[in-house]
Design a protein around this ligand. Structure first.
Ligand SMILES: [Zn+2]
Length: 887
């Protein structure tokens, strides 16, 4: 909690540490009402000639004793400040030992050492370790850790830390202890400890050099049957990282522990990954297909950090994207290889455009490598992760797969065991490839989403086709003007009979690649022209294939152009993207009618969209998962984001227009929807295979359209709800019933679902989430009522996100009620949460920070932010988000 106005820290002020810690020995004594932590730090002054004060980080610690080389310090020899311990005089080399008393059972921030249900666990990234003991809590101080943990044996039979188990003892009074040693030097943020009554699933992996690794997933006994998918995902990840990146695992054990109360998805602590239970547990009865894919992706992500993050770590937290952007890029490659690359890309882009583009256009916009920060917890953002991954993806595009791999090999070889910067990553890529990335570096320092404006001209007589490309980037906080970036523009040209061969003027046709129909143009100036010759017909340009750069595209496609790309372009991503653009266009037209029409006039929906959808549905040679994605209308948040750039979003007309278009598709395509729905029914038992997931995805998309017509089609959903043998089909049916059924059907289905699944925490969270998204004017009352439900708990981040978070972020019409009650509701909850969990509070402020996008409601939204800003105990996390958004 703050005592004055929290101050910003700046990247430019980085200074290397004055002291290092070669070895760290920790002893934990865990009790029910407190824990005692004894540290022995083998310290060294970096510059032996200079006498500098030793400043250790520590927050919410009770210092019991402090010694140097075994000598207790006098009171005059140290100062305890709210967030530091200062020792003005220290020798060149010494052993510092501190005993601190902490209160894990009262630690609701879920940073440092805390209790989740009946177990102890830790979360130290970014600054959690300072809540455990006094330390140089910064990633460029790396140390070899030896950790012993002592606790009651009956309550906590399992005691874990990083590295290898080197000792275990039975002690007096029913207590026991274990000792762990991690030979790899690591920063404190990768420290982990777990104590609990846990069981484990065990398997193994043999690395490429033949070392046997013991793999364990620790969970509560009741969840032992839900670990198989995570185990398989771990083994697949280990193999993939050897094959694709040449990275072998380096210890004899790898442990994963599932925890119910966790601020993030999971944490890559060296050899002891701690996971939010929602990101590790899976069973067909309780987990949807999306849940299975999420578990696979997150297990892989955390595992991949062993190299990109742990062996090579970040010098400071401004470099967070060094490990996160690269690792997200790596896990996306893995997921693409495990399933369908195009479907994976489509899902990533949909998320990037909705979440990251919005962040880039909002008050918290920051570069991939930020320059100033008040609270680092606020920078675990879509920009650092997703845009960071896009930046690495562009390097991969510019270098090609082979040179990129050489670059990553060089990066790991040069920097193994070091704490480095984004610049070091780019330097390794340049050195290995010989490609100059000087201008490309702007992607790390410039915030905002660039806009590519493309215009074209066709000269039939000369057979010439010209693309004129202009780039610009809107101002963002602290950056008024931007320089042109390097934008790889992947493209093709579509003719009547398919994609055309591409040849730029002046190029000699290469006999090998003479019929090349795909290429990447390098855009690096404010305006550029690309002239293609030998073009025998006016083509439709297929632009920004695969979203080859995280930019927005402005090209005046006609609806016919979009239909042509949707049905015939070679690039699967462009086909999906064209479907999205066409649907957006049709919905915008309906929105205009809603704003301008006289009441009795019927809405007109252009039938072109339904016709295009029908032909997708009737073609069963297409990948079902792709068809499902193409049939999914852009979400209301994405539409609001687009509208905000054009002068302001009206959530009510956006919602009404989307509902009208959805209903129109439902009516116009009933026969083909019904036909596919029945044809895709699967009699074989559930498996999370690509083919089955694709079929279920399309079948449930069909159900969603059909049920919108009500009546017999809601009955169809009811039958699926009763008959389903898996959570994907059951939840899709429940959603159809509660969205489109009558009140009686809705209440009955929700009650019966709860009745059946109340013993499964993760399923109850999905039940909360669904209700938070429900339409209807009683939505807010329903959500308020659920706050009092015995299964809701303000201290559990998963539940807060499921109910309060989903309502504010994914129920736009009800959150943005004209009376401002939605805003008031969120601010009331965040007032309570601010005292419990600052990190989650700051994250959940996001919908309010977008007040500028909603003209007419903006004053109501601002008023709630101002009310929160006046809280006397406002955390540093929330302070930063609120002040930046009010500026
Ligand atoms: Zn990560």
């Amino acid at each position: 909690m703050r005592d004055a106005q929290p101050a910003a820290v700046y990247l430019k002020d980085y200074a290397s540490p004055d002291y290092l810690i070669n070895r760290t020995e920790l002893h934990f004594e865990l009790h029910e009402d407190h824990a005692l932590v004894t540290s022995r730090l083998y310290m060294l002054r970096c510059d032996p000639g200079r006498e500098l004060p030793l400043v250790l980080n520590g927050v919410a610690l009770e210092l019991v004793s402090v010694t140097i080389d075994g000598q207790a310090l006098e009171d005059s020899e140290f100062q305890v400040e709210p967030e530091t311990l200062v020792i003005p005089k220290a020798p060149d080399q010494f052993v510092l030992s501190c005993v601190t008393r902490i209160l894990p059972q009262d630690n609701t921030s879920l940073e440092g050492l805390y209790k989740s249900q009946r177990m102890f666990c830790t979360q130290c990234e970014a600054h959690g370790f300072r809540k455990i003991t006094y330390y140089l809590d910064r990633p460029d101080v790396m140390s070899v850790f030896t950790v012993s943990v002592e606790a009651d044996q009956a309550r906590y039979p399992v005691l874990l830390s990083n590295g290898n188990l080197v000792d275990s003892k039975v002690l007096e009074d029913g207590r026991h202890s274990t000792t762990w040693h991690d030979p790899f030097p690591k920063p404190a943020y990768l420290f982990a400890l777990v104590a609990g009554d846990l069981k484990y699933l065990q398997d193994s992996f043999t690395t490429c050099s033949g070392r046997e690794v013991d793999l364990r997933i620790y969970v509560e006994e009741k969840d032992l049957g839900k670990c198989d998918h995570a185990m398989l995902s771990l083994q697949n990840s280990m193999r993939w990282d050897e094959e694709v990146y040449g990275r072998e695992y380096d210890l004899d054990v790898f442990n994963i522990v599932a925890v119910d109360d966790f601020n993030m998805g999971a944490m890559e602590n060296k050899s002891l990954n701690i996971f939010n239970s929602s990101c590790v547990l899976c069973s067909p009865e309780t987990t949807t297909d999306k849940g299975y894919q999420r578990v696979e992706a997150i297990v892989a992500h955390e595992y991949f950090h062993n190299w990109s993050g742990n062996r090579v770590t970040c010098r400071d937290w401004f470099q967070l994207s060094l490990k996160e952007g690269f690792t997200v890029f790596r896990d996306a490659g893995f997921s693409a290889d495990m399933g369908s690359p195009v479907v994976k890309r489509v899902e990533d882009v949909a998320n990037l455009r909705t979440v990251q583009f919005a962040e880039d256009a909002g008050p918290m916009a920051h570069p991939v490598r930020p320059e100033s920060v008040i609270e680092f917890n606020n920078f675990y953002t879509a920009t650092i992760y997703e845009k960071g991954a896009e930046v690495v993806r562009m390097i991969h595009t510019l270098l090609g797969a082979e040179l990129f791999r050489r670059g990553s090999d060089l990066y790991f070889e040069r920097h193994d065991g070091q704490a480095v910067t984004c610049e070091d990553f780019v330097l390794a890529m340049e050195a290995a490839s010989g490609i100059d990335l000087q201008q490309f570096r702007l992607w790390y320092s410039q915030a905002g989403t660039p806009l590519l404006r493309v215009r074209d001209e066709y000269d039939a007589d000369a057979g010439c086709y010209t693309l004129t490309v202009q780039q610009s980037c809107p101002p963002t906080p602290g950056q008024d003007s931007k320089l042109p970036m390097v934008i790889p523009l992947a493209m093709g040209l579509l003719g009547e009979a398919g994609n055309l061969p591409l040849r730029l003027v002046g190029e000699t046709p290469d006999p090998e690649t003479g019929d090349n129909t795909h290429r990447v143009l390098s855009v690096n100036q404010a305006e550029q022209r690309f002239v293609f010759e030998g073009v025998g017909e006016r083509p439709v340009p297929s632009l920004l294939r695969g979203l080859s750069a995280p930019v927005r595209l402005d090209y005046n496609y006609s609806k016919q152009d979009l239909c042509a790309l949707m049905s015939r372009d070679d690039d699967g991503f462009v086909r999906w993207d064209s479907a999205q653009t066409l649907a957006t266009r049709v919905m915008n037209e309906v929105e205009q009618q809603l704003l301008n029409r006289s009441k009795d006039k019927e809405l007109e929906v252009d039938p072109i969209l339904a016709r295009a959808y029908a032909s997708l549905l009737e073609d069963d040679s297409l990948d079902a998962a792709m068809v499902a994605d193409m049939l999914t209308l852009p979400g209301e948040n994405y539409l609001a984001e687009l509208a905000a750039r054009d002068g302001g979003a009206n959530v009510d007309t956006i919602h009404a227009a989307r509902v009208a278009v959805h209903a129109d598709i439902s009516k116009a395509c009933t026969d083909s929807l019904l036909q596919r729905y029945h044809a895709l029914a699967n009699a074989s038992p559930y498996a999370a295979t690509g083919a089955q997931i694709a079929d279920r995805s399309l079948r449930n998309t069909c159900l969603d359209y059909l049920a919108a017509a009500g009546g017999e089609y809601v009955e169809l959903a009811s039958r699926q709800f009763t008959d389903a043998d898996n959570m994907t089909d059951r939840l899709a049916a429940l959603r159809a019933i509660v969205f489109y059924g009558d009140d009686g059907q809705r209440d009955e289905a929700l009650a019966s679902f709860y009745q059946d699944w109340q013993h499964e925490v993760l399923v109850v969270n999905q039940w909360l989430q669904l209700q938070a998204m429900m339409p209807g004017s009683d939505a807010l009352d329903r959500v308020r009522g659920l706050l009092k439900h015995p299964d809701f708990d303000m201290r559990n981040p998963n539940k807060v996100r499921a109910l309060v978070g989903v309502f504010s972020a994914h129920n736009p019409v009800n959150f943005h009620r004209p009376d401002g009650q939605g805003y008031r509701f969120l601010a009331d909850q965040l007032t309570l949460l601010n005292d419990i969990n600052p990190q989650i509070t700051a994250k959940m402020l996001t919908p309010l920070t977008r007040w500028r996008n909603y003209s007419g409601r903006d004053q109501l939204m601002r008023a709630e932010l101002e009310r929160l800003a006046a809280l006397p105990s406002l955390s540093r996390d929330a302070f930063e988000v609120i002040t930046k958004s009010l500026q």
